[in-house]
Design a protein around this ligand. Structure first.
Ligand SMILES: Cc1cc2nc3c(=O)[nH]c(=O)nc-3n(C[C@H](O)[C@H](O)[C@H](O)COP(=O)(O)O)c2cc1C
Length: 441
């Protein structure tokens, strides 16, 4: 049997390489296996934090089920031997339509955390979005990303791009400080997450009383911020407690466990600093549309709002001069009972005012396969963010694991395009979807 690799970048070539190795790959190629394997390889509370959802997981299930309601209508004899999966976002051309989504606290999946996933993204020239809740300092990730080797060549493509995702602090000075650092570190697009001012009610974490941030995990960007550190040292931030109040709090927190009491006592400085950081970025203080002015005044590049789920909010994003939106419900981690993100996408992209605008529309929440990527693009997304699957890859194999997941998703998407008879992303539209399929089919 002879395998032929079509012209580069051929994402389908990953399938060819796996078959021609004549040995099973180190990691599975089925995304549901990534989840189960990752579960087996990490402490249960870490896995629960990643897999977990708000409430009873209804929105998370709706996210996944929504993809089943759309089915493709393949076309034949269209000569789709070579496919072009490239997209252009904010004037830059990328070889594929995916982004590595912002996911915090990656140290609970792998010790190399964001450095590993940033390198993997750079290698495949997939834009990398760094979370404010990163376990690794922003400047370290930027350095690793900039120095990573790139395996996708092609002069038409931009250099690997990194974007910064903001959890919007209460304090404006701190916000400006984070944006300044991101700009200096070469992050080109600002993604502002708007659905997490109040952390969702997440039983899997609550039942273990586990929030990684309390232990300083996912606080690296804050702990290295000069404005935040000054606030802490001036005791302007965080709980203002006397030594007795602190001891009382530690006794309460340790719930009668002597070992936990001493663990808390040992790390109490960090715990109180963590609480101060939590009070800034998951403050329960919800901003308004008018507050976007601060971000517009403090950021030179495109601004993208993440967490948009309604046509009305898409209109407001346009009105407030935003460059893009990410239709996302945070993977069902915030509002249980909310509509599936794919259904929100369908409504937003069908709207006439949105269609007439220059708004760049990206999508996440529920992408698990190559065909999921194509369905979201056919419904009008310009690109999609990969979430949990790459974190499972990270847990299983560090940078190599993330690369494997991204390559599998892209090979699957490329091959599915071929079998649908489509040669470029521009040829994906609602006509390749059977929109008549109804619930329960
Ligand atoms: C463990 C975990 C941490 C996350 N952290 C962040 C974050 O720091 N910032 C953010 O905007 N979204 C965060 N998200 C949401 C993702 O960016 C994305 O919206 C979500 O994972 C998409 O759902 P899916 O993974 O089911 O596809 C997180 C998601 C998970 C699973």
């Amino acid at each position: 049997m002879q395998f032929q690799e079509p012209c580069y970048p051929s994402w389908a070539g990953y399938q060819t390489r796996i078959y021609s190795a004549l040995l099973p790959p180190k990691l599975f190629t089925d995304s549901s296996r990534w989840e189960s394997e990752a579960r087996a390889c990490m402490p249960s509370r870490n896995y629960n934090y990643i897999y977990g959802t708000a409430g009873q997981g209804r929105t998370q299930r709706a996210n996944l089920d929504a993809f089943l309601r759309y089915r493709f209508i393949p076309h034949v004899l269209s000569g789709a031997t070579v496919r072009d999966l490239s997209v252009t976002l904010f004037g830059k051309k990328f070889p594929s339509p995916i982004l590595v989504g912002p996911i915090g606290v990656q140290s609970i999946a792998h010790r190399q955390a964001e450095v590993a996933s940033a390198r993997a993204a750079a290698k495949l020239n997939v834009p990398f979005i760094l979370s404010t809740a990163s376990s690794t300092n922003m400047e370290t990730v930027a350095e690793a990303h900039a120095a990573a080797s790139v395996s996708v060549d092609g002069t038409e493509f931009t250099k690997p791009d990194r974007w910064y995702q903001l959890y919007w602090p209460k304090d404006d000075k701190l916000t400006v400080s984070l944006l300044r650092r991101a700009e200096i570190s070469g992050f080109s697009v600002l993604v502002v997450t708007l659905d997490t001012f109040s952390l969702g009610f997440r039983p899997a974490d609550l039942d273990e009383s586990y929030l990684p941030f309390i232990w300083g995990e996912g606080c690296a960007i804050g702990f290295n911020d000069p404005v935040f550190n000054e606030k802490c040292s001036n005791k302007l931030a965080g709980p203002k407690l006397s030594i007795f109040q602190k001891l009382k709090l530690l006794i309460e927190k340790s719930g009668g466990s002597i070992s936990l009491f001493f663990a808390l006592l040992w790390r109490h400085k960090q715990v109180f600093k963590s609480l101060a950081w939590i009070a800034e970025v998951y403050s329960g203080t919800h901003k308004t549309w008018e507050d976007l002015k601060l971000l517009r005044d403090s950021w030179n590049g495109p601004i993208v709002l993440k967490g948009i789920q309604s046509v009305e909010d898409a209109h407001l994003a346009i009105k407030h001069g935003m460059s893009g939106i990410i239709v996302s419900n945070h993977g069902g981690r915030q509002t249980d009972g909310a509509i599936a993100s794919l259904d929100a996408l369908e409504k937003i992209t069908a709207d006439e005012e949105v269609r007439q605008s220059n708004l760049t529309i990206m999508f996440d929440s529920g992408i698990r396969t190559g065909s999921d990527i194509l369905k979201a693009l056919a419904l009008g997304a310009n690109a999609v963010l990969i979430g949990r699957p790459y974190i499972y890859g990270l847990a299983l194999g560090g940078q190599e694991g993330v690369e494997h997941v991204l390559k599998c998703l892209l090979a699957d998407a490329d091959i599915t395009m071929a079998n649908l008879g489509r040669k470029s992303i521009a040829e994906l539209d609602r006509r390749i979807l059977d929109l008549e399929i109804v619930e329960g089919s």
